[in-house]
Design a protein around this ligand. Sequence first.
Ligand code: AKG
Length: 309
Amino acid sequence: MEIVGNLTSDQLHFFNSQGYLVIEPFASPEEIDALRKRMEQLLQGFDPSSTASIFSTKNQLKLTNEYFYESAEKISFFFEEKAFGDDGKLKQSKELSINKVGHALHELDPVFKEFTCSEKFSSLLFSFGYKRPAIMQSMYIFKQPGIGGEVLPHQDNSFLFTDPPTCKGLWLALEDATITNGCLWAIPGSHKHGLVRRFIRGEQGVSFDRPSPSYDQKDFVPIEMKAGSLIVIHGDLIHQSFENHSPKSRHAYSLHVVDTDGCKWLEDNCAYILSFFCPLQDQKKIRARAFVCDLIKPDVKSGTCSSLL
Ligand SMILES: O=C(O)CCC(=O)C(=O)O
């Protein structure tokens, strides 16, 4: 069955002018419940003493640690920066200490995989003109009550760069996201000014190729979202989120996708060069592909995306 795009021209027009689009509703209460319950199970099985890796976008050096890189092909757990006391022990339960789980939930976990491979996502991406979309990473983000960390202003194309640029963020609210519990903020229309910097891998490790511009906070607008709604984020849109000082968590499931047709994957991208996972192309092939997640690999030497199918 051919998958067709499902967005209206008004929706596409809004996305093209603002750099984002909220689709409400996108996921059903049952789907949200299934993802949240599955994450509870995964957390139950996680032994916090197995890693003390802390994820913080404030300190990009932390991104260089092996745990982070290996997580591209795993289901790994990252703590909130403020999860630990001075004694190095967790200040609250592990369930309230995890910042995020990533980055291969969509490949490795059956519940997340089934949801991610649903036609909802494929028809959405075909609406945006993707020919052979590949999910580069998935994250379950908690934004924990009281200690949920901020995410500094950034563009997703900085991290997952194809030539021409094709990255989009798909961010699903699993709980209501409000100003109080740390919703996303964005500068509408900022995607029209292009990519300001890239996060690249060189001989010395990974770093940004330019300093961050300073942004005027007055230019950002809050994007409050109901549980079940999804925001599509243009790869060049400047967006951020603040710390969560409230007593309410703000769970979200976030995907980053690129096209693998007619574009190059740059060799100096910071990570995730190991596999392109393309479950959205042909629904019948999803299950077969699930076990061979590197059917489509970037040819690292030429930087071209080549299909091994
Ligand atoms: O969940 C957040 O607060 C930020 C997520 C984000 O910026 C992203 O996924 O690109």
